[in-house]
Design a binder for this molecule. Sequence first.
Ligand SMILES: O=C(O)c1ccccc1N[C@@H]1O[C@H](COP(=O)(O)O)[C@@H](O)[C@H]1O
Length: 218
Amino acid sequence: MSQPPFRTRIKFCGMTRPGDVRLAGELGVDAVGFVFAARSRRRVDAAQAAAMVEALAPMVDAVALFMDNPAEEVREVIARVRPALLQFHGDEDEAFCRSFGLRYLKAVPMGGEASLDPLQLHARWPSAAGFLLDGHAPGEAGGGGVAFDWSKAPRGLIKPWFMAGGLTPDNVHDAVASTRPWGVDVASGIEAPDGVPGAKDGARMRRFVEEVRRADCG
Ligand SMILES: O=C(O)c1ccccc1N[C@@H]1O[C@H](COP(=O)(O)O)[C@@H](O)[C@H]1O
């Protein structure tokens, strides 16, 4: 029997402008992310994110991204932004991640030497909805356009996983074709290299989506 067609999920992260959020919905993106990590140049506050959610098309998820933020801050964002999903990039443990009563993705640094043990990941965050494999090294922030060696992507992950780090319209086809992730997540690669931090480039957003869909057809 032939396999049903697979549609790789797409998340655009680090949104800072309502117009970019609107275009993401028109392009058929599955989720957009708002960054609340203190160290990020894309950081927005809860009021800014709540205003951008107004521009979100129905059935497109808002994701709130944190990196070792205090629990009160996470709770305030949840109350004001109403995200569908949380994404944790720091040293947050299972108890912290699940304490907010929302589904969450746990980001895992793929830079550096350590290899990933899928069983260990599931054991450490059994309540995660999925994992996000990011290109940065342990202890560093993501969102820097750094890719990891895709051959290190684990084959035995049972939960859905997202490929992230250094994806662009030029390499995302090969990333998807070679690793077949559940989804892809991108921030820098859809921004103009010399543009305002966080501001997305419409042509790059469109081409990114086209390239993922081309890989889905392959
Ligand atoms: O985007 C950020 O500024 C950021 C800050 C701290 C942690 C994570 C962050 N972004 C996430 O990193 C991945 C990869 O980004 P990029 O495409 O390499 O720029 C991105 O998907 C965000 O989820």
